[in-house]
Write a protein that binds this ligand. Sequence first.
Ligand SMILES: *[C@@H]1O[C@H](CO)[C@@H](O)[C@H](O)[C@H]1NC(C)=O
Ligand SMILES: [Ca+2]
Length: 315
Amino acid sequence: MGKMAKMFSFMLVTTILVIGRESWALENCLQEQARLRAQVHLLETRVKQQQVKIAQLLHEKEIQFLERGEENSVIDLGGKRQYADCSEIFNDGYKRSGFYKIKPLQSLAEFSVYCDMSDGGGWTVIQRRSDGSENFSRGWDDYENGFGNFVQKNGEYWLGNKNLHLLTTQGDYTLKIDLADFEKNSNYAQYKNFKVGDEKNSYELNIGEYSGTAGDALGVNFHPEMQWWGSHQNMKFSTWDRDNDNYEGNCAEEDQSGWWFNRCHSANLNGLYYPGSYRAETDNGIIWHTWHGWWYSLKSVVMKIRPNDFIPNIV
Ligand SMILES: *[C@@H]1O[C@H](CO)[C@@H](O)[C@H](O)[C@H]1NC(C)=O
Ligand SMILES: [Ca+2]
C-alpha cells in the first residue's frame, strides 16, 4: 500500500468513527430528552393528584369539624356552594342531621331547614310535630311564609307553602310522613311525585302513588265514597281566614288548623296537640285516620321530602 492509500484509509476510518460517535451522541440526546419529558409528565400528574388529595382532606376535615358542632345550632357551610335541598347537602358529604341553609333554584333568598340525614339520608323536613310547643292555629300569611322553631332539633315548624312550592317545582319529590303514637308504635306513609302548587292555585296539593304502613289517608284511593269528602288530592290549602275547602262551613276554622281540606279531612297533621285519645266538638287533633281514626291525636309527625331518584345510603 502506498503512503497516500494509507493516509486515505486512516482518514476514512477516522471520519466513520467521528460520524458514528456523533450520531450515537445524537441518539443518546434524543433518548435523554424523551426520558426527561416522561419524568416531567409523571411529576405533573403527581402534583395534580396531590392537589386533589389536599382538597379532599380539607373537605373531610371540614365535615369532621362540623360533626363535632352543637346539636341545636344551624350548621354553617360557609356559603361556598348553594344547595337546592338537603339531598344535595348529603351528596356533598355532609351526613350529620341538623339545620342547614338551602336555596331552591327559584328562591330569592336562602332559608333554614332541618335535614334528616338518617333513614337513607338527604331528607328535607317540611313539617314537624313533637310536643305541642308551637301554635298551629294560624292564618294564611303564617302558613304561606312558614313558622315555628327552626333552631332546636325537635322543634315544631311548618316550612311554609311558598317554600314548599319552590322546593317541589324544581324536580320530582317523594313525600315521606313518619308517624308515632303514645304507645311507642310508629308507621309511615310515602307518596311519589309530591307537588305543591303556586299562590295562584292556593298551594294545591298533588300526590302520586302511595306506599307505606300507615294507610293512604291523604289520597284515600282505597275507598271512592270516602274519597269524595276525605281525599286531599288536588285540594287547595285552607286556613281559617282563607276558606278554599269543599265544605259549606269552614274546615280550617272548625279544626283550628291549616291544611289541604276537602269536606273536611282524613288526615290533619297540623291539628291540635292532644295526648292521644281525646274528645272534642270536631275531629281537630293530629289525625291520620287510616291508622288511629279521628279521635286519637298522634304523638309525633315528620313530613319530609327527597328527590324520587335519590340513591339512599344503606348503612
Ligand atoms: C294561636 O294563635 C292564634 C292566632 O294568633 C290565637 O288566636 C290563639 O289564641 C293561639 N292559641 C294558643 C293556644 O295560644
Ligand atoms: Ca267552605
